[in-house]
Design a protein around this ligand. Structure first.
Ligand SMILES: *Cc1c(COP(=O)(O)O)cnc(C)c1O
Length: 429
């Protein structure tokens, strides 16, 4: 076997082999140029068309095009009727805005540990976190794997909780054959750079409920009651933001949407191939796809089984060393989140708006954010290695096999790695 690249050997993944995300072609160029020449650059005809096309693709009745996934999450909380001081359940491991969107509406995030196997919210721990203050739950279909929505919806129904799906990473994920975004009261999708459907920045609010749609529209556009394409009276009927997307961006998203099925099919094929290529490496915990779920492999997440390695130090340091060695091989491995959510400063400080708000709100009850209450999230955080782009279209077998070779090389030659030499005092990201 060749010497590791980090020790001066040749890279397993040659420069230029893994193609950049997202693929763009004449379809994107034509649609964006046509929007450019159309002259309607604010919320325009491409935005309206995108809403219809995406709603049809996902099977939702209604869609609202936003300037981010975070905006769509915030709209969901308002539209579901939450008010200041209400508690909202959210997994302890996700993107920051899965939880900060709760603060945006003066509500209080209450974290629930993840299930180590699926990396999604532990559906068996939801009920214990519910109090009379709890009004909603945000589930996150992380890494392209749907949450077990049977269990979530059953608990939510029994406790009268609204269900908001953070489907920002979950586009196209299926649970019992049904797409995410169809289970809860509403859902949010993101179109930011790395997402399965990319328009640079942007997002979508999805719902099947007309009342929820109307409230979300108010938040979305200055608190006005009608959409910008209808006649406006420029009156703020309620507290609103400016969350509208623009026409050029919508044109890009529409072009990408024509390729989304191909993207997802490619990810699924590549994900299965990578799984098979890596399954015999001792010490790797490969991602699971439980019965009834169809993973999109938006991100392929491996954890290190620390019991299998001769390592006495911090697991993070071992993991970081492995990542450096994989990166040197050109395998684009990375850590997606270095902190679990409750450990993030915004929650530890409990002072989002100053004067302790919203935690000092007279309508709420005290919560604690001790990270040690979330052992599965902490263990995941310390041992995970993420991989995304080699699995994305137009990459295929060649890129996947090269990445697999990088993993085989590194794990076969662990004895040639030295953490102090590889990492020094600097942390990788
Ligand atoms: C990307 C992402 C978001 C935020 O989407 P933006 O469009 O960047 O606002 C929220 N939740 C999850 C899980 C994400 O991955």
């Amino acid at each position: 076997m060749n010497k590791l690249a980090i020790n001066g050997g040749e890279k397993a993944v040659k420069n230029g082999l893994v193609k950049a995300w997202p693929p763009v072609d004449d379809v994107d160029a034509k649609m964006i140029m046509s929007a450019l020449k159309g002259g309607d650059h604010q919320y325009g005809p491409n935005c309206e068309a995108l809403c219809k096309e995406l709603a049809a693709w996902n099977g939702n009745k209604y869609a609202i095009f936003t300037n981010s996934g975070t905006a769509a999450l915030h709209m969901g909380l308002v539209a579901c009727g939450l008010s200041a001081g209400d508690h909202v359940l959210v997994p302890a491991y996700s993107w920051s805005s899965s939880a900060t969107c709760i603060l945006h509406h003066n509500c209080i995030p209450v974290f629930v540990d993840i299930d180590f196997d699926t990396i999604n919210i532990d559906v068996n721990k939801i009920e214990a976190a519910i109090t009379p203050k709890t009004k909603a739950i945000i589930v996150v279909h992380l890494h392209g794997l749907a949450v077990n929505m049977d269990k979530v919806c059953e608990v939510a129904k029994r406790h009268n909780l609204a269900v908001i799906e953070d489907a920002c990473q979950g586009v196209g994920a299926l649970f019992h054959g049904k797409k995410v975004g169809l289970f809860g009261d509403c859902a949010a999708i993101s179109f930011s750079q790395n997402k399965s459907l990319c328009s640079g920045e942007g997002g979508m609010f999805l719902t099947n409920n007309e009342q929820i749609l109307k409230k979300a529209q108010q938040v979305w556009s200055f608190g006005e009651s009608c959409t910008p394409s209808q006649s406006r009276d420029y009156h703020a009927y309620a507290l609103g933001w400016m969350y509208r997307g623009s026409d050029l961006v919508a044109a890009f998203a529409r072009a990408q949407l024509t390729k989304l099925d191909w993207y997802l099919e490619t990810q699924r094929t590549n994900g299965r191939l990578l799984y098979n290529e890596l399954k015999d490496i001792d010490g790797l915990i490969l991602p699971t796809e439980p019965a009834g779920h169809s993973h999109t492999w938006y991100s392929f997440v491996i954890r290190l089984d620390m019991n299998k390695f001769k390592w006495n130090g911090e697991p993070e340091r071992f993991r970081d060393m492995i990542i450096k060695a994989l990166q040197a091989e050109g395998a684009s491995a990375h850590i997606w989140q270095r902190f679990i959510l409750p450990a993030m400063t915004v929650f530890q400080a409990k002072n989002a708006y100053g004067k302790g708000c919203p935690w000092s709100c007279p309508f709420t009850e005290k919560v604690t954010y001790d990270p040690s209450l979330f052992p599965a999230a902490l263990k995941h955080q310390a041992t995970n290695i993420n991989l995304a782009f080699p699995l994305r279209a137009p990459n295929g077998k060649e890129a996947v096999m090269a990445v697999a070779e990088a993993y085989h090389k590194v794990f076969a030659q662990l004895d040639t790695l030295d953490a102090d030499r590889v990492l020094g005092a600097v942390k990788v990201n």
